[in-house]
Design a binder for this molecule. Sequence first.
Ligand SMILES: C[S@@+](CC[C@H](N)C(=O)[O-])C[C@H]1O[C@@H](n2cnc3c(N)ncnc32)[C@H](O)[C@@H]1O
Length: 327
Amino acid sequence: MDLPTDLRTAVEQELETMSSWQLTKGVASLSDRYRHPPRADGLRFVQSAKDAAAYIAFRLPATYAAVYFALRQVQAQFPDWSPHTLLDVGAGPGTVMWAAAHADLWSDSLEQVTLLEREANMINMGKRLAGYAIHPAVREAKWRSMDITQPWGTPVHDLVVTSYVLGELPLDSRAAFLGQLWEMTNHSLVIIEPGTPRGFEHIREARERLLGLGGKMVAPCPHDRPCPMEHDDWCHFAQRVARSRLHRQTKGGELGYEDEKFSFVGMARLAGRGIRGRIVRHPQVRKGHVRLQLCTPDGLTGMVITRRNRDLYRRARKVEWGDSFEY
Ligand SMILES: C[S@@+](CC[C@H](N)C(=O)[O-])C[C@H]1O[C@@H](n2cnc3c(N)ncnc32)[C@H](O)[C@@H]1O
C-alpha cells in the first residue's frame, strides 16, 4: 500500500526541513517508545515537534494502510452508503481523513471532517499536511484541541473512527470513551489498534461493549456471538507498507517493506450485508489444495479446499488473509 501522491508530497516537504540526523534520532526514539511502551497507561507518546515529524516519517504510512483496510471492509458491507461527515478521535496528524478521502473509498461523498486531538504539535503538523490535499474536506477539516477522555460536545457524524488511540488512554476512561464514540455515531464506528495480543484485547473488549450498546457487527467478524479466538491467540491482519530510504536507514534493515499488523472492529447502527467467513491466517496454497483458517458463525474452522470443488478452489487460490470468504 502506498500513500496517495498528495499526502506523500506533503510528508516529503515537511521532512525536508529537518536534517536527516535529527530525523533518524527522532524516529529511533519514537520507534523504541512504541515497541517497548512503559507499563503505565495514559502516557503521552508524541509531544514535541520532532516527535510529530518522526511520527509522520515512521508511523503514518503504516497506520494509513491499516485504516484504509478497515474502512474498505466497512464499505464492502454497505455498498450503497457513503458518509458525508467524519469524526476522527485522537487524530494525530489526520491519518484517518486522508484514508477516508481515498478515491476507492468515499472521496465523492465526504464533505465535512472534524478531528479531535490533544497535542498542539500533532495538530500543527496535521494542518500543514492537509494544506497539500487535493480533497477540499481534508483541506478544510476542523481541528479541535482537547482531551478526548473528557466530553467532546460534538454533534453526531456519519462515520466515527479512532485509530491507534484506545490503548493510549487511561484504563478507567475507556468505558466512557467507548460510550461517547457510539453516541456520536450516526452510521458506522471503526476502532483500530496495533495487531498485538494487547491491542486485540482492547478490540475484543470494545466489541463486547458496543454489542451491548446495540451495535451491529460489520467487520471483521462474520457474527456477533462471543469471539471464538482462544485467549493465547489474537485476531489480527496485516498490510504491506513500502519503507522509505529514511525508514530503512533508521531501522538498519535492508527490506524495502514492512508488514503492519493491526486489529480492528467496525460496528454500525444497521446490519450490513454480512459475510459467511473471514480468513484469519495466511492461506496456504499447495499443489491441488488450499488450506484456509476461517472465523465463521460456528467458530474458528480450518478448511481444505481441493480441485474437486472447482469454483471454490478457484476462489480460494485468490483470497488473502483478511478477506471475506463465501463457501
Ligand atoms: C498513535 S497516535 C494515532 C494517530 C492517528 N489516529 C493514526 O492512526 O495515525 C495516538 C494519538 O492519540 C492522541 N491522544 C492520546 N490520548 C489522548 C487524549 N487523552 N486526548 C486527545 N488526544 C489523545 C495522541 O496525542 C496521538 O496523536
